[in-house]
Design a binder for this molecule. Structure first.
Ligand code: ATP
Length: 208
C-alpha cells in the first residue's frame, strides 16, 4: 500500500519552513506524494490576509518543478469552512488503496482535540507531528501521544490512528513574521522562494 501525505495550512504565504518539512517527510516516510492543501477559511483562527486565489497561486509557484509535492485546491473549491475530517473523507473515497498520513506541526497538534470530529480523523488517517522550534505540546496532545505514538513508519500497518513524531530540520520561519516584514518594508529574501517574493511584490500583498 502506498502512503499519501496530507499537509494543510493557510500558507499565507507558503515559506521554506513548510516546503523543507514536506520534502523531508516525503523522503523519510517514502510518501508517494505530499498534497499541500490551502484552507479556505480556517475555523480555529482569524481569516487569512491574502485571498484564497493568491495563496493558491503562491503555492503553485513554490511547487513548480518539485518532485512529489502537489498543490491541491479541494478545500478552496468547497467554498465554505474547511474541516480536516471532510478533506480526509474525500481522499478516502477517491483513493481507497492509499494510507493517509495527516501532517501537522506540533503547534497545530496541541489544539487537535478542539478540531471538528477529531476522533474520526484518527479512524481515517495516521498523524505525523512535526516538531517546531519553540513549540511545546499541550496536555491533551501528550495524552494522545501516550496512547498512540509509534516510533517509525514501519509500525504504521494495520489499523490507522497512529501518531508519529518527527524531528525535521528546524527552520524558525512563520508566515506571520513574513507578513510583518513585508508590511514594514523589510526584505524577506531567503525565507521563501524568489518567485513567491516576486508575486507578493507584484500583487502588493501584505503591504501595511
Ligand atoms: P502563521 O504564522 O500565519 O500562523 P504558519 O507559518 O504557522 O502561519 P501555517 O500555514 O499556519 O503556517 O502552517 C501550516 C502547517 O505548517 C501547520 O501545521 C504548522 O504547524 C506547520 N508549519 C508552519 N511553519 C513551519 C515551520 N517553520 N517548520 C515546521 N512546520 C511549520
Amino acid at each position: 500500500m502506498t502512503h499519501l501525505g496530507i499537509f494543510g495550512g493557510t500558507f499565507d504565504p507558503i515559506h521554506y519552513g513548510h516546503l523543507r518539512s514536506a520534502v523531508e517527510l516525503r523522503e523519510a516516510l517514502s510518501l508517494e506524494q505530499v498534497r499541500m492543501i490551502p484552507c479556505h477559511n480556517p475555523p480555529h483562527r482569524d481569516p487569512p490576509q491574502a485571498s484564497s486565489e493568491h495563496r493558491l497561486a503562491m503555492l503553485q509557484l513554490a511547487l513548480q518543478g518539485s518532485q512529489g509535492l502537489v498543490a491541491d485546491d479541494r478545500e478552496l473549491r468547497r467554498n465554505r469552512y474547511s474541516y480536516t475530517i471532510n478533506t480526509l473523507e474525500t481522499f478516502r473515497r477517491e483513493q481507497p488503496d492509499r494510507r493517509l498520513m495527516l501532517i501537522v506541526g506540533a503547534d497545530a497538534f496541541s489544539g487537535f482535540t478542539a478540531w471538528h470530529r477529531w476522533e474520526d480523523i484518527l479512524d481515517l488517517a495516521d498523524v505525523v507531528v512535526m516538531a517546531r522550534p519553540g513549540s511545546v505540546l499541550s496536555g491533551d496532545a501528550e495524552d494522545i501521544l501516550r496512547e498512540r505514538q509509534v516510533m517509525n513508519i514501519a509500525a504504521c500497518r494495520g489499523a490507522v490512528g497512529n501518531v508519529l513524531m518527527r524531528q525535521l530540520t528546524q527552520l524558525d520561519i512563520s508566515s506571520t513574521r513574513i507578513r510583518g516584514w513585508v508590511a514594514s518594508g523589510h526584505s524577506v529574501e531567503f525565507l521563501l522562494p524568489r518567485r513567491v517574493q516576486e508575486y507578493i511584490r507584484e500583487h502588493r500583498l501584505y503591504a501595511g
